[in-house]
Design a protein around this ligand. Sequence first.
Ligand SMILES: O=C[C@H](O)COP(=O)(O)O
Length: 247
Amino acid sequence: MNIAQYLDSTYLKTPQQSGISEEETVQKDRELAQEAIDHGIFAVMIRPDYVSEIKKYIQERNSNVAVGTVIGFHEGTYSIEEKLTEASKAIEDGADELDFVINYKAYLQGNHELVKEEFLKCTELGLRHHKIVKWIIEIAALTDTQIADLTQKISGWAEHHFDEQDLPRIFVKSSTGFYETQGGKPNGATFEGIRIMLDHAGKLPVKAAGGVRTPEDAEKMIRMGVKRIGTSSALALMKDQSSAEDY
Ligand SMILES: O=C[C@H](O)COP(=O)(O)O
């Protein structure tokens, strides 16, 4: 199985979170991009501040590795206007894919109208610019029932408001990888959570992100039906994948 083609190779820590400088962060992103070019990885997923630099790096090497970035990261509580502004800047800078953190706190408070409005406005912006749009629902913050409900709501809004041909460009994504859980509970993509998302996403593709650590787990996720995997350990997921062409 060619796992590389499913991967968003991710580096999303701020310089403050990693304890390194801006320039060192850009350098890490360049290395991530080079690794993606060298190994046929589908996309790199980086913070918005570095999109223009990394897009340029990839273009100069005549590669078609996609550049994705995160919007409203990582708590999702930015206002709709802030998300639209951040996304517009990322589009101007050359981002191919926009991974929005949905306002899951508003969802949990029952403010579903706000969540619907941000979904519709931000998705419309992305589709209008021919981008891939993904919605992170942060499954570690939700019960199984809420994962099912929010996934189904997103799928319903998408099917009702956007063209059928655009639906494959609107993903539902599990996790930021940054949510703080208690008692060792996983904060990323679990098989159970992904199963629920797949069962409720309708025509929308699902991206598993966070905590996918082995080639076996990645392969299992793909066989379950996920269309993309977000990982900060891309090379580890491709271990023993040297015969990738045989997929
Ligand atoms: O895709 C998003 C995540 O930040 C990746 O999480 P990870 O570090 O657990 O692989």
